[in-house]
Design a protein around this ligand. Sequence first.
Ligand code: RVK
Ligand code: MG
Ligand code: MG
Length: 314
Amino acid sequence: MVEGVLRAKFSGSMVGTAVGDAVGAGFEGRGAADSEAIEAAAAGRELLAYTDDTHMMIGMAESLVHREGFDGEHMSRVFIRNYDSEPWRGYGPGPPSVFRMIRSGEPWDKAAGKLYHGGSYGNGSAMRIAPVGVFYHDDLDMLKEVARRSSQITHSHELGKEGAALQAYAIALAINMEPVKDFDSRKFLAELYEFVQQEAYKRKLARVGALLGEADKAKVATDIGNGVEAFNSVPTAIYSFLSHPHSFEETVLFAASLGGDTDTIAAMAGAIAGAYLGVDSVPDKWRSKLENRAYIEELADVLYDVWTRKKRIK
Ligand code: RVK
Ligand code: MG
Ligand code: MG
């Protein structure tokens, strides 16, 4: 792939997460909305501020850059440092409890297992996964391993880990494809279906296939899910992309209008769309107002440079 195209895809996935998060924020916990209402709300805001989804994605990228790859202990420290400086980003209940345990001496890969029963299956480890999806796009075994290990820091339930791995895999597939007119949604979906092992995800991805071509938002939300659990939101983000593969804007507006966990579903849908279409597909009306845009774009660029350097050494 041409250098500039791949660089734009790295940036597209990270900026796509942040823009999706910011556009979807403010509509959480409600029922389905009109895309026009989501668009009008974004247009009315001076700044598109992001939430914990993007804040944690930034932490993932900072750690990958600093360690030139995955280091769980380091990544957990970066999460804690970032959380301590901006705890008001709207974190779910799980991660701050894990951070407290790690701060008190619990090992980074053991703390999360003490939450809920057998760890969290919230979507918190999938929503932040874009940097892993792009950095390991050319090594899918490592991608799966690192997605699961990074999830282990805060979301150690098998369904949490598989949700993070599935979202990373979707991003990697999208990165590895040139955008084409006749994008084959069913082929993309079939690859994801082969990748997952848990029955919960097989079932949800089968629903994604059954509903492709349906415009009924309420049915999508009920059948595939719009909740905070990874299995009720990662497949929904995938559906949002697969039903609008040619448009970042339509993908994000659809995802954000499904109700429920709108910021996170739109963040994950935006991550896949941005990885496929590149950062220039993100409408300027949103990109120009994104909070910390310059920093996020710079981070994506540096992550790309680290990836290039490591590839040359290999
Ligand atoms: C506020 C039962 C479980 C569970 C288990 C449920 C931000 C719990 C972001 C829990 C995202 C919730 C979101 C979230 C990300 C998880 N048994 N219930 N084993 N595991 N749950 O606490 O980082 O918005 O109801 O790990 O995944 O925008 O409270 O947080 O929307 O899932 O939070 O899981 O949240 P947590 P998170
Ligand atoms: Mg959030
Ligand atoms: Mg959310």
